[in-house]
Write a protein that binds this ligand. Structure first.
Ligand code: NAI
Length: 459
């Protein structure tokens, strides 16, 4: 293969696109990876990685602020946002360099430019046509969306601008209590801001287990974060110094900044997809479970495909498509088996079905659940965190859902993910040891209890 003919042409170099490129190259396929901005996409440059760096800086600030309860005398003098941003940029740029090196070492042809699907087998970039003999992969990602009539600009920002602020607002309103909203609320509170979340539904992180929403609400209240739940946004005005947000009930809120975090939309229009005959729904690209669109040879992965908009889903889908095109017939990805982590303080981590979803699927009397309180977990006590591990099982059947709240519980979801996806029974896991004293032990305790032999709990 040479010139502009490849086995695979991938449009979009974010998590889904570059994973497809790396795996396809590993399988001996020739690959062109087209990206208009930076390799790594939203996750590396505007999402997962930079926000988690901010959350770590926030944790350091909290540790300094709360040091006295551990007998350590430290004072939090303040947040040097320039240095926080420099630390964050350092993390991103090291990973970016590494990723660029990886892509070039695997012999993937990286094309810098804006691509357009001109036929089911061709993508055009600045007048050059890249032809795919085995498949085209659409992986163009998502953007921060707003509400109709709510214009982004000035003091009304999305996560894109919020990430790059070079000042810390005194008072901030967060519109949307979903994943992005609670993460930024958490960071800003740790940085000393007065934070109010406005969420239309009756609870924070409404896609999560209800018990997790309640625990987060409690923890946030304790941290001094105000949540206005069941509150609908009506409008905003802004001046040189601040914003005034009006809610549908007529009340107003004032702050220096409004973060709009009401979801991310698919970035899939204006690139020739419809013209090539690709079936779409509300801007998303429709696929079957093998990630094939209705146009033979055209596949789609990541945030443009309806479902969880998560980087690790994009990686998995990218790998799947590369293997599918290479003829390996991989197993389809089960959406409910994808682990989810909300990285605020305290964290929420989950995989599988919520109790309500399990009741709907199996019938309420066919579902059993158990909640192990972190109050009984030594390591959580040492860290000073509250929360729980909740397991949901099909009666006399496997565990179908794992839900956790507490500091650092995101790191525990790996085991939860194995349990749910391997369809383990409580007895299977209860027989395995969990190291003491770790937070992971809370997991073991929950399984012991569900298997009918609780150790450090009253179940
Ligand atoms: P989201 O869908 O998680 O939350 C948006 C929230 O805004 C919802 O709770 C919704 O009820 C609320 N809302 C919508 N319209 C409203 C209105 N008019 N007034 C008040 N509230 C309103 O979307 P979010 O947080 O913007 O995140 C976008 C995507 O990015 C998510 O799908 C998420 O999976 C992904 N993401 C994942 C992260 C993670 O895994 N840790 C981190 C950041 C983003």
């Amino acid at each position: 293969m040479s010139g502009t003919a490849f086995d695979l042409v991938i449009l979009g170099g974010g998590s889904g696109g570059y994973a497809a490129a790396l795996r396809a190259a590993q399988l001996g396929l020739s690959v062109a990876l087209i990206e208009k901005d930076k390799l790594g996409g939203t996750c590396l440059h505007r999402g997962c990685i930079p926000t988690k760096a901010l959350l770590h800086a926030a944790e350091v600030a909290d540790s300094a602020r709360e040091s006295e309860q551990f007998g350590v005398r430290a004072t939090l003098e303040g947040i040097d946002i320039e240095k926080v941003n420099a630390y964050r940029d350092g993390v991103v740029s090291r990973l970016y360099k590494g990723l660029q090196g990886l892509v070039s070492s695997r012999d993937v042809t990286f094309v810098q430019g804006t691509g357009r699907l001109t036929s089911p087998t061709t993508v055009e970039v600045d007048g050059t046509t890249y032809t795919a003999s085995k498949g085209v992969v659409l992986a163009t990602g998502s953007y921060s969306r707003s509400l109709p009539g709510l214009e982004i600009g000035g003091r009304v920002v999305t996560s894109d601008e919020a990430l790059n602020l070079d000042w810390i607002p005194e008072k901030v309103i967060v519109l949307g209590g979903g994943v992005i909203g609670v993460e930024f609320a958490s960071v800003w509170r740790s940085f000393g801001c007065e934070v109010t979340i406005v969420e239309a539904l009756p609870r924070l992180v409404p896609n999560e287990e209800e018990a997790c929403s309640k625990a987060l609400d409690r923890a946030f209240r304790k941290r001094g974060i105000t949540s206005k739940l069941g509150a609908r946004f009506a409008g905003v005005t802004q001046s040189d110094t601040g914003v005034v947000v009006t809610l549908e009930d007529g009340s107003t809120l004032e702050a220096n900044l409004l973060l709009v975090a009401v979801g991310r939309g698919p970035h899939a229009s204006g690139m020739g997809f419809e013209e090539a005959g690709v079936a779409m729904d509300r801007g998303f690209v429709l696929t079957d479970e093998r990630l094939s669109t209705n146009v033979p040879g055209v596949f789609a992965v990541g945030d443009i495909v309806p479902g969880l908009q998560l980087a690790h889903r994009g990686f998995a889908q990218g790998i799947f498509v590369a293997e599918e095109i290479a003829g390996l017939s991989p197993n389809p990805i089960v959406e409910s088996g994808i682990p989810r982590v909300t990285y605020c303080e305290p964290e929420i981590a989950s995989v599988g079905l919520t109790e309500a979803q399990a009741a709907e699927k199996y019938g309420a009397d066919q579902v059993q659940s158990y909640e192990y309180n972190l109050g009984g977990n030594g390591k959580s006590q040492i860290l000073g965190t509250a929360g729980f591990v909740k397991l949901v099982r099909e009666k006399d059947g496997p565990v179908v859902g794992v839900h956790m709240v507490g500091s650092r519980v995101g790191e525990l979801i790996g085991e939860g993910q194995l349990v749910v996806n391997w369809e383990a029974f409580p007895d299977d896991v209860a027989a395995l040891l969990h190291a003491h004293p770790t937070q992971n032990e809370a997991f073991g305790e929950a399984f012991l209890a569900l298997a009918g032999k609780p150790l450090h709990s009253h179940a």
